[in-house]
Design a protein around this ligand. Sequence first.
Ligand code: PEP
Ligand code: MG
Length: 881
Amino acid sequence: MKYVYEFAEGSRDMADLLGGKGAGLAEMTRLGLPVPPGFTVTTEACKVYLATGEEPPELGVEAAGALAGLERAMGRTLGAPDDPLLVSVRSGARFSMPGMMETILDIGLNDQSVIGLAKSSGQERFARDSYRRLIQMFGRTVMGVDGDLFEQAIAAHKTKRHVRDDHDLDTAELSVITEEFKDIIRREAGEDFPQDPADQLSRAIRAVFDSWNGERARVYRHREHIPEDLGTAVNVQAMVFGNLGADSGTGVAFTRDPATGESGMYGDYLPDAQGEDVVAGVRDALPLSELKALDPRAYVELGDHLRRLEDHYRDLCDVEFTVEHGKLWILQTRVGKRTAEAAFRIAHDLRDDGTITADEALARVDGTELTRLMFPRFDTQATDLPLAHGVPASPGAAVGAVVFDSAEAVRRAAAGEQVVLVRRETTPDDLPGMIAAQAVLTSRGGKTSHAAVVARGMGKVCVCGAEALAVDPVARRFTTEAGVVVHAGDTVSVDGTAGTVHLGALPLTESDVGRALETGTSTGAVTEAVLGALAHADSVRRLEVRANADTPEDAVRARALGAEGIGLCRTEHMFLGERRALVEAMILARDATAREAALAALLPLQRADFTGILEAMDGLPVTIRLIDPPLHEFLPDRTELAVRLASATHPDLHDRELLDAVERMHEQNPMLGLRGVRLGLAVPGLMAMQVRAIAEAVADRLRDGGRPHAEVMIPLVGTVEELRLARTETERVLAEVEAETGTSLDLPIGTMIELPRAALTAGRIAEAADFFSFGTNDLTQTTWGMSRDDAEASFFPLYLEKGVFGVSPFETIDREGVGRLVEMAVVAGRAVNSRLETGVCGEHGGDPDSIHFFHLAGLDYVSCSPFRVPAARLEAGRAAL
Ligand code: PEP
Ligand code: MG
């Protein structure tokens, strides 16, 4: 196997092997863009290293060969004492993990070559500063020295010289710092900073491999669902310098605005600086447009390259670039990350101008982004003045208590609080806090700073570079220009769309997209783009999308959002509130007469519920599930009741009866107890009352000229015998109501599949079912033997961390286990009943990844919460591409 590829040997299709960055560099090299030459060590080499602790034996020879080629191309030798070639060593995994792994620059400098570099560049200070940077980076990332020790040493020199910026330290000072750095390394690492350039290079490559398993990288992969075993490639590239004076600089540019999707080149530029200064947001960058005045030739050339890249990749691209003495170099490109707004808008615009097809445009957006756009924003009418303005780095609106460090954000969020993480600038170490927070606010850095890039990727609200804020993390407060002091724990509102931060909790208003989806009126480019994508999804999808709704209001809302029926109406939700007393009466009934009276009182109420829902969904299917959960859920808490009785001077007779009932019905494990079909069979008259309410509601609707399509669904069936009994009872009541009303009631009768036994015997069950609806919440619970109510809060965090699963099986369908049962049951059921209708109504019905699975499994529909319906339509469309 070949472990090293020169840039010219690769291409963009080789991202698995070369990583995203390596593939991009290879592709740009092929396109003839000005890329500093270099080579990529493959992800395969990394995998071998991670698995065995040793590099593959061939790597050394191959890398030496590629380095020799690089030296020939540059006409210089790595670390040579006179005019040294220097290289950068950067990570580059298959999927972008910005700032999560290591980069080491200026490899090749040592006590000799630093003098050579000073001579060849004519800039002593630059050479000394580069050497200082190398020792610092190498010491921290390769030799494991605490980075703060270097920072403290520099800070001490700055204080001594009364200067604020690294830039203001002179050559002599830098030489002293360099020696101090070497001492720190000797003391901390127990060895000297290596002087041999080849040794530096091979150790740097290994450090990048190791950084794949660093804490930050692992946290990021979990968050982004990136597989653990991909490994990273390593790119070794000739250094070019943006810090050689006013005619040099570095920046990041996008072919379109990654926040709004607006077309036209966009980005940041930092004169006289190296790349990491921009990404870290350490110094405040200029808008890219200023490069036009500073270096018109480089600006025009950059514009040409960006257009070329966008035409080639047919998508938003971003690049990192460096200008070295007026010569433009492109150091990296990739298809750029973007906000949800931008994703829809760019896909729409590219489709509009014929660059991509409607299918491609649909593939480039997703349901998670759509859901994000549907959520509320701050009321723009709000008149209160913001505390500060910053860069609108990632849109949306969030309210929370101010926290100043990542650990506190995690702690308070875990306690259920909404927090806003406030930092001067973020580093990858802040990642857990960023995940935990509702929003991120920084006082430094631009749209391409770490905070901005990471928050955007997560869809988290972010305002960065709010420079008027003086953030003091030690005193845990920030102060505004006007002198307002905001302490940890105070509530602020962060508007990532406007780039503002406000004191207190601002009122939120609905999003345009949310409104447009319900009313059909479009108000802007993004909404237009969303509606366009949905329209195409609707035209290509095979899966129907229904909603889980239990009230006429929810049904109306769901229908407006595009639901094509109700896949699950949970009737027990109708027994709550004031009706609880009636349910209590039914449970407490001493004899059949009392029970029948209680059921009779419930009947008209249930009928009215069903009539309302059938009216809201006129013409569309409404799957009504008979009561499912254990009856004692409708009774008061056993302990509370016992305490009340014990402490009452005159114990209430009703309470006494209630406690008896609660105790009689108590089960150790109610989720596996008297619920679902078992309950319907065990409580005389209960099922009949519910079926009668449905049947009479249908008859009423028919009489009023409606087109009701009710379906009766029996929950928690484990064997066909249960379903047969329930079916017989249902048909008996339907026949009664038919006779009474003179209407023909041909209601489908089906069952939920939510027990492994039901899935395994689906062929038998289908003999008595007109439809199957997979209750994947219970099916997951019973297949895994994990409580859906407790597991997620108890051991799931551990399981997720240990990689037992990448995502909760209650959130995304476990294809291998639960999914397999679904597939088997569909096949077995259809073999017996070719007209069997199949759907899913567990939470997975609204989960993007699961929807793709249900499409593949051949289900007829998914059913989910109303607000997830648009995203489900979109994903069902994407699944069909
Ligand atoms: C299910 O179990 O997936 C389901 C939809 O039913 P419920 O969530 O009401 O138990
Ligand atoms: Mg269930």
